[in-house]
Design a protein around this ligand. Sequence first.
Ligand code: DON
Length: 305
Amino acid sequence: MLDYQTILDEILHEITPYLGEGRVASYIPELARVEPSSFAMSLMCVDGSQFHVGEYEKRFSIQSISKLFTLTLAMQLANDSLWERIGKEPSGTPFNSLVQLEYEHGIPRNPFINAGALVVTDVILSHLQDAHQSVLEFIRTLCAKDDINFDFSVAKSEEQTGFRNHAMANFLKSFNNLEHEPSRVLNAYFHHCSIAMSTQELAKSALFLSNGGIQPWSDAPILNARQTKRINALMLTCGTYDSVGDFAYRVGLPAKSGVGGGILATLPGKFSLCVWSPRLNEKGNSFAGTKALELFTTKTKLSIF
Ligand code: DON
């Protein structure tokens, strides 16, 4: 029987030398206001047990981890028709790259790069009038916490400085792969990215991905087993961008990262595991967070491989 609390305590100790490595994202100015050496890790098991270390109740900007929740909601709403407008392959390019979009005729490689998430947001807008509030309410339900909210200063900061995303949405529109006005899609997307959550809340929200699509603590069906398998597969192959191969090699779990420094990982059948540390490596994934996940799967020998 593994003593998860002791393992997390050991990781907290062993990770300390790595907390100064990497850089906090500053291309969204408000994100740079975080304490750079913060660290938290939360493990939630499908049997109801949970273990935490560090600042696991402190909320941070979930950024691209929101792409996991918007994809889940879009799969509920549109199911397989999504894949007529978005691919399922790793991009091999940075999360905010524009180059592939041109020669692939406006079809984003996958739903976890920015272009893919903009199309996912557009799909949500086609089904639900208020994509801001619908996504927020969906996340609140997923973790049974009604005080989860947007960080409006982060959303505004990105709206004012996210020139690449503005270009991307307009580019998608030029290929007729957005039904709505680019500004409307962007405004919803920036708000989704700005949602603030803790590692404890994120791990709880994503537990259905490790339990065949059903939240084990409420028995609520979120997705069917087939859709759940697909999301886990997409996390493994596309969730950590152009370092997805290195991440699978080192950690061996499906995962989704965000430039706020969070990484949310799953082990189907067993647990969800969320880590946060704001300094990023050159690919935009948490430096110490990746190391902590690697230590976890090495110590426990629990990975999908
Ligand atoms: O669109 C952006 O650039 C950010 N709001 C989110 C990017 C992100 O988190 C990618 N993560 N690794």
